[in-house]
Design a protein around this ligand. Structure first.
Ligand code: ATP
Length: 266
């Protein structure tokens, strides 16, 4: 059997699962470089599963949520982008581009604090051009009382004082805790019924690798809008309805696949 490097090199671009396998490879490389935790591999697999039954493309509901999310980030007084190992491994350049264009800091927020991990993620993001990185100095961290895990430690200049927190790939406990401290939460989660998705104010049900480029494009469209225009976008967005629409999409996709999936057979 080939090792992972061989698999990547021999994978032809026209392979039907090229993109999915390329991102899988990035996650595996990320784990070898300490950026991704072992559990991050499992989380990625769960995401892949939902992506499959969403047709692996950005749906209309996700587009609406992305627009609302960008509007909220532009309206926020102290927005912050929370970063975990999977996101850093999958799309460091887009993450940094969004942070720099919005002028919003990135805060490292890790559940598994293995020796050398913070350094590895910091290096990765700084080589991608990150200018404003928080959550690096563990000695200056403060705590969110609502949370018992080690992710209760947050940066006093970041999540602690934030009014809006963008949390791609978050776990449910933390999203709930952030909500309970009165912050607005924007989540990216391929599982539309995870606790994170349900607790968030804006839930983007799509793959982070597609969400970040779309957010950057939408930001260019919205950045010159006036406050009341941004507020109008937000007021027209209904998160519960949007998640329900995604669930309908999954149902429709599975119904269609009852026929479509078999068409590849000779
Ligand atoms: P919750 O606690 O919110 O119910 P969980 O704890 O079961 O969820 P985790 O395993 O902590 O979830 O986080 C993984 C989540 O991230 C999963 O819901 C998965 O669908 C999602 N996910 C994984 N990879 C991606 C990705 N590339 N893009 C978007 N979402 C992803």
């Amino acid at each position: 059997m080939n090792n992972n490097d061989d698999q990547n090199h021999t994978l032809p671009k026209d392979h039907p699962r090229y993109l999915s396998l390329r991102y899988r490879h990035k996650i595996i490389e990320g784990m070898k470089n300490l950026i991704v935790a072992e559990a991050g591999l499992i989380a990625h697999g769960r995401g892949e599963c939902f992506d499959y039954i969403l047709g692996e493309k950005t749906n209309l509901a996700a587009k609406k949520a992305i627009k609302a999310a960008v509007a909220l980030l532009l309206l926020a007084k102290h927005p912050i982008i929370s970063v975990n190992g999977n996101v850093a491994a999958l799309c460091p350049n887009e993450l940094v581009e969004l942070s720099n264009k919005l002028n919003v800091p990135l805060e490292l927020n890790l559940f598994y604090r293995k020796e050398g991990r913070i350094e590895a993620i910091k290096n990765m993001l700084e080589s991608a051009g990150a200018k404003n990185l928080l959550g690096i100095d563990e000695t200056s961290m403060v705590q969110i009382e609502e949370l018992s895990s080690n992710r209760r430690n947050v940066d006093p200049k970041g999540i602690k004082i934030a009014d809006v927190v963008f949390v791609p790939l978050e776990d449910g406990d933390r999203s709930e805790a952030l909500k309970k401290t009165g912050k607005k939460v924007i989540a990216v989660d391929l599982n539309p019924i995870s606790r994170t998705s349900i607790w968030a104010d804006i839930t983007i049900v799509d793959n982070i690798v597609r969400v970040l480029p779309e957010m950057i494009t939408i930001l260019d469209d919205l950045k010159n809008l006036k406050e009341d225009q941004l507020l109008e976008i937000l007021n027209n967005f209904n998160n519960k309805k949007n998640i329900q629409n995604v669930l309908d999409l999954i149902k429709d996709y599975i119904d269609a696949q009852k026929e479509e999936a078999f068409k590849i057979l000779p």
